[in-house]
Write a protein that binds this ligand. Sequence first.
Ligand SMILES: [Zn+2]
Ligand SMILES: [Zn+2]
Ligand SMILES: [Zn+2]
Ligand SMILES: [Zn+2]
Ligand SMILES: [Zn+2]
Length: 308
Amino acid sequence: MEPELSPQVAQALPDVEVQHIQGGAKAVQEYLEYRRIVGDDDQGKLFTPQEYEDYKKRVIPVRLRNRLYVSWRSPTGMDCKLVGPETPCFCTHRYKQHKTDFEELPSERPIHLPCRVGHCQCKGYLYVPLNGTSPIRCRCKHFADDHSEANGHRCKKCSKCPGFHSSFTCGCGKPAYVHQTVVETKEERLAQGKPVGQDVPYAAMGGLAGFSSLAEGYMRLDDSGRGAQPLAFLESSGSRMDHPFLKVYSPELEDASISTSQQVPGVMIEEKDLAYFEKRHQERLTRGKTSKGLKTSKDPTPSVPEQP
Ligand SMILES: [Zn+2]
Ligand SMILES: [Zn+2]
Ligand SMILES: [Zn+2]
Ligand SMILES: [Zn+2]
Ligand SMILES: [Zn+2]
């Protein structure tokens, strides 16, 4: 993988500095890639390169086979929210902190994705929308996070509330309480004509279907993101882990960017998630172009732009 510095920037810097910057950028990329794949499965202690390889060989094929898609669906059938790794649950923990990898998919429906944070009572991931950046209120007037994360979602601040219920109006015009958090398999989504995006090795992708479809308007049925090469991925990037770097940089690195929501046609996604996956997508495109360029450069005829 060639590190990227724009030619203008690279020219303006002494060689040593360019190498230093490129090395650093590459190490950051590899760290982020590691974190996206491993999530918290290393229990906060970075895997050795060998452990990382073993983890990928063991987990990624299962993850690709048993991927679960999570969205927040309006009764009209529209996915008003695609849940991504950073999307908070009713329990306030993020989607990636819930159980999302299954060796065997459960046969009963709905599929519950319980929270893995110690002492959290959340029995299944439940999306709750925000009003801008603020939590929404229940009919009891208390906020969503004033309610218990345990089943029933009783209010912890008053006794009259029989359970969280919000009339907050979603962008689709329907109240929040008629929406459902839907957890479904790839086959179940395809059967409904919903996009499934590209196969990716990352943990807790939830409903994110891939980059191009998200960038250009998610609801358009778009299969251009499909047909990835998971094997090529397994054999390529991420294997050259730079351990001195990983010892220096702490896991807080990933949380340095703040996750905010943005509105794209008909769907809300986490900016942080999108930025990351879009970047990976662009990298893949660039790599494709580079390898084509290498083949043509063997051609002795210099390429001259055609004159009209
Ligand atoms: Zn939780
Ligand atoms: Zn939860
Ligand atoms: Zn309430
Ligand atoms: Zn209340
Ligand atoms: Zn809606």
